[in-house]
Each structure stands twice: as structure tokens, then as C-alpha cells.
Design a protein around this ligand. Sequence first.
Ligand code: ADP
Ligand code: MG
Length: 142
Amino acid sequence: MKYITRSFEETEAAAARLADTLKGGEVIAMYGDLGAGKTAFVRGLARALGINAHITSPTFTIVNEYEGRLELYHFDVYRINDPEEIYEVGYEDYINSDGVCIIEWAELIEELLPQDCIRVKINKDSSHGDDYREITIENSDI
Ligand code: ADP
Ligand code: MG
């Protein structure tokens, strides 16, 4: 499924639609440059799961945990030097849990992603304006 969004709020709304399809146990790999809107997408997803906490990228801690309709594990692997480092924070347990894992900068751990993961790709196209984003969601029910 492909969404065009023209604001932060529209990206949150697209994420909320994905959230409504989640049953637990999914891994969502996110792709997109700095400022693409990955964290915005996570915020929309989290809110739709009933999480009220303020979501920020866990760049230095690698993973943040939130409690909602489902547990949400928010990864940002931008700062890791070696893909294997994420095992030290318990990656294996998180991806095999009943919660939902969502991973910013998933390309940096591509070989460690489950093959059946949901992929969310966010691209800017400034020829359509600063706030224009194309969001492609692969391997999900939406
Ligand atoms: P990332 O996590 O990919 O680095 P963020 O979500 O932190 O990106 O930041 C995205 C920035 O782009 C925010 O400042 C947000 O307000 C802005 N923005 C503008 N238009 C959009 C859009 N359509 N979707 C998401 N964010 C947008
Ligand atoms: Mg981010």
C-alpha cells in the first residue's frame, strides 16, 4: 500500500491504520533518511495502540519500551557500529515476543530482520513541497 502525506498528522494517521491491523508479534522495519518522518510514524502508531507517553527516538539507548493495547518496542539502530550489538540489548527476545517491534534505520541490521517483517519506506520529494512524503507499506494487511 502506498500513502501520500502532506503533514506530520497525515503520516501519524497512516501509521494508525497500520496499528489497527496489528495482533502482536510483528516486526516493522522502517527506512527513510534523517527527517523523513520515521519517528512521526512511530508516534502515530503508538497513539493508536493507546500509548500516551511522549515518543522520542531511542538513538542512544537503542530501544524504548511502551505499554499499550500491545507492548511496543521502539528501536533506533542509527548509532550501532556492528549489527551484532543489538543482541546485547535483547533483540532476539524482543522479536520473538508478543509485542510489536518497530525499528528505525532497519537497513543497518538488514541481515538480522525476520524475513516476514513489515517494511515501511518513507521518501521525501521536495519537488512536491517540504512536507510531501511517500509512504510505502509492504507485507502488511493494509
Ligand atoms: P526521522 O525519525 O525519520 O528522522 P522525524 O519524524 O523525527 O524523522 O522528523 C520528521 C520531520 O519532518 C518533523 O519535523 C515533521 O514535522 C516534519 N514533517 C513534515 N511533513 C511531514 C510528513 N508529511 N510526515 C512526517 N513528518 C513530516
Ligand atoms: Mg527518528
